[in-house]
Design a protein around this ligand. Structure first.
Ligand SMILES: NC(=O)c1ccc[n+]([C@@H]2O[C@H](COP(=O)([O-])OP(=O)(O)OC[C@H]3O[C@@H](n4cnc5c(N)ncnc54)[C@H](OP(=O)(O)O)[C@@H]3O)[C@@H](O)[C@H]2O)c1
Length: 281
């Protein structure tokens, strides 16, 4: 008999995962518990779940996914513990990037095994999302992960461990590399526009440079991939560009200065530029 999955929070991620596991014949969606009755009923139908439930009618399942927004996970765990349906040895997990499994402590206190698995992926369209080649950060009870990780791997995902206490910095890394990359591209486009280059031309001409830089990081590592005025120790250019970007937009200028400090850590030893000169610009 297939393992049953209770889904609490049938939003973008919850619907995507439940649909994929059901389609792969790995799990049987049992109960779906959401906030809005009509949306929850529609999710049940789409996922082939037995029924929608509320906190009074939720039935036990071997596996429960809490897929409510991060801010509601602790409260949802408390409700679930209070509902008394989670049995000794049942597995409960969430998929937040920033929160650890200890947010599920009330369930662990009731004998459940808890974990968190964060897929590094955006589930904008739950009907067509896949987990093929998606990397998933895993932490929590080893016994829970021994069951949950293979479910992700069976969908083509790769699992890796994050040490206890490491989720915030792990998630910061993802935010820096993804969301803040978008912010950095916006800063570059603002500078292009201020230089009189239209935004679409600016983006077209930056794209090959960005692609080449990413390829260099993959092949050579960050230190060898760093080129430009900081790597060359071109103090005059760095100082002038900090001033020019600050004049254009204070936030962009600050970003240029802070990123120059980080770049300096990667510059060749003995480069003719130091932190104080960057900070004073
Ligand atoms: N979406 C992604 O790309 C993505 C990627 C990786 C990880 N995650 C993680 O996945 C989790 C869910 O994110 P999401 O983007 O799928 O969120 P979402 O689309 O906003 O869905 C959240 C679901 O939880 C329901 N809900 C909200 N508060 C609730 C409560 N107090 N009790 C019961 N149900 C409640 C919502 O109901 P309503 O429909 O009534 O609002 C909705 O069905 C988060 O931990 C997030 O960090 C998401």
């Amino acid at each position: 008999m297939k393992m049953q999955l209770n889904l609490i929070g049938p939003g973008r991620l919850g619907r995507a995962l439940a649909r994929l596991w059901h389609a792969a014949g790995l799990l049987e969606p049992a109960c779906v518990l959401g906030r809005d009755p009509a949306r929850t009923e529609a999710a049940c139908t789409a996922l082939g779940a037995d029924r929608s439930a509320d906190w009074n009618t939720l039935a036990p399942a071997r596996l429960t996914l809490i897929a409510t927004p991060d801010a509601a996970i602790a409260e949802t765990a408390r409700h679930l513990a209070h509902a008394g349906v989670v049995r000794e040895g049942d597995l409960v997990f969430h998929c937040s990037g920033a929160l650890e499994s200890d947010v599920l402590a009330p369930l662990r206190d009731n004998g459940a095994l808890v974990a968190s698995v964060h897929p590094l992926m955006s589930f904008a369209r739950p009907e067509s999302a896949t987990l093929t080649d998606v990397w998933c950060a895993c932490e929590g009870d080893a016994t829970a992960l021994a069951v949950i990780e293979p479910l992700f791997r069976a969908l083509g995902a790769h699992c890796f461990a994050v040490a206890p206490g490491g989720k915030l910095l792990y998630h910061s890394a993802a935010v820096l590399a993804c969301n803040h990359l978008v912010a950095l591209m916006e800063a570059a486009l603002l500078s292009m526009e201020a230089a009189g280059v239209p935004r679409d031309t600016g983006w077209r001409c930056l794209q090959p440079l960005i692609a080449n830089t990413l390829a260099n990081i993959s092949q050579l590592g960050t230190r060898a991939a760093l080129t430009g005025p900081v790597a060359r120790g071109d103090r005059a250019t760095v100082q002038a560009e900090i001033q020019a970007t600050t004049q254009m937009d204070e936030d962009v200028g600050r970003a240029y200065r802070q990123l120059s400090l980080l770049a300096l850590r990667l510059a060749p030893e003995g480069v003719a530029l130091n932190r104080a000169e960057i900070l004073a610009s």
